[in-house]
Design a protein around this ligand. Structure first.
Ligand SMILES: Nc1ncnc2c1ncn2[C@@H]1O[C@H](COP(=O)(O)OP(=O)(O)OP(=O)(O)O)[C@@H](O)[C@H]1O
Ligand SMILES: [Mg+2]
Length: 365
């Protein structure tokens, strides 16, 4: 899939911007703080996900404005389509193919992107939340059922946590918890199963990507680490029994101590925990392998290549890994930000369209 026109208004430092990207590679260059990442962020928001910078929606709206709008025309499923997203302090809404605006989640996954930014280098050594986000961001784009289930789970989790806090003082809350526990473990089972299926499909692709980007120096391994279910099982009934046993403990803690919101991806290199031991170069290889695998898996599941957003990462990679990444761009629409376009153009894409970002305004093409 690819974008044919992209517009945004009152988005971060961008007042108004409109451009027609190339079908292949688009290089966005400019000095620091001019709005290059902002532009990539605006494209990424079309996927329906939260910002890849972990920013709250409200910080996306240009200072002193009430709302921002992102609207794009794109080609997917064999036809021209359009999507408009509006963000106000009350929330998001979306209009697909000029239809009546709906909840933004209804249009999630129509535009699909894989993003790779310096923040993603935290994927290996950062908190488990980053690794869970990696799975959720991909799955929410390829499965609307997963997105719906995740929303149910998140709502149940919030309600269950409040009940756990209240249950010490209010006996009605303890009774309510009995009902919630059942729904909570069922929702947890559905999410865990989908995440495990995703990871096991991703695994062979990522392992061979890792071998390629690391010149087979060491062997990468990873698996999904559930806090609620034993390996290979996803039985909500068993989980419910365990949850009831740990009720007193959870009440004292005041929050749910197990479930998909506490899970992780266990990553290792030659058997050593990569979350603790991976060097900087190894971390880069792991993230690159996971991102390339994410793009390939998305293509398999949807029959279309996702749009690739590369924020300042080419400068972070050495020559061989850069070649691996750029080699995967065939027939993919990519948006690459950098300070100096020559580094990208010289060796890789002479047919790229080059834009210059300055103070929130885009020139060139
Ligand atoms: N809500 C907002 N309203 C107005 N300006 C904002 C808002 N959020 C961020 N900015 C401005 O956007 C600019 C940063 O843009 P961005 O992060 O895209 O820079 P960049 O071109 O990617 O720079 P670098 O090369 O350093 O990564 C900063 O000047 C910041 O003050
Ligand atoms: Mg930037």
């Amino acid at each position: 899939m690819y974008l044919t026109r992209h517009r945004c208004a009152d988005f971060r430092n961008i007042s108004r911007l409109e451009f027609e990207p190339a079908r292949s590679v688009n290089v966005i260059c400019g000095e620091n703080g001019q709005g290059k990442t902002n532009l990539l962020e605006s494209i990424f928001l079309l996927t329906g996900a939260r910002s890849f910078r972990m920013a709250k929606d409200i910080s996306l709206i240009k200072r002193d404005c009430d709302a921002c709008k992102i609207s794009s025309e794109f080609f997917s499923e064999g036809r021209a389509q359009s999507l408009e997203i509006t963000i106000t302090e009350k929330g998001r809404s979306a209009s697909l193919n000029k239809g009546t605006p709906t909840k933004a989640s209804a249009a999630a996954g129509k535009v699909r992107c894989v993003v790779f930014s310096p923040e993603h280098l935290e994927l290996v050594k950062g908190s488990p939340e980053r690794r869970r986000r990696f799975i959720d961001t991909a799955l929410c784009q390829i499965s609307s059922a997963y997105l719906a289930n995740l929303r149910v789970y998140t709502r149940l989790l919030g309600q269950r946590n409040s009940l756990l806090k209240d249950a010490q003082y209010v006996s009605a809350a303890a009774e309510m918890l009995d009902v919630y526990d059942e729904r909570f473990t069922e929702a947890a089972s559905v999410i865990t199963e989908a995440r495990r299926a995703f990871i096991s499909e991703l695994r062979p692709i990522a392992l061979s990507s890792y071998a390629a980007v690391s010149s087979e120096r060491e062997r990468m391994e990873f698996h999904y680490e559930s806090t609620m279910f034993a390996d290979g099982e996803c039985d909500a009934g068993d989980a419910l029994i365990k949850l009831r046993e740990s009720r007193a403990l959870e009440q004292r803690a005041g929050y749910s101590m197990s479930g998909p919101h506490r899970d992780d991806i266990a990553l290792s290199l030659d058997g050593a925990d990569a979350r603790v031991f991976a060097s900087q170069g190894q971390q880069r290889c792991i993230v690159l392998a996971l991102k390339l695998a994410e793009a390939e898996l998305m293509e398999r599941r949807t029959d279309e290549k996702p749009i690739l957003l590369l924020d300042d990462v080419l400068s972070e990679l050495d020559e061989a890994r850069r070649d691996c990444l750029v080699g995967s761009l065939d027939d993919t629409q990519a948006f690459i930000t950098c300070c100096d376009p020559e580094t990208v153009l010289e060796r890789y894409h002479s047919d790229a369209r080059v834009f210059k970002m300055r103070d929130g305004e885009l020139k060139g093409g």
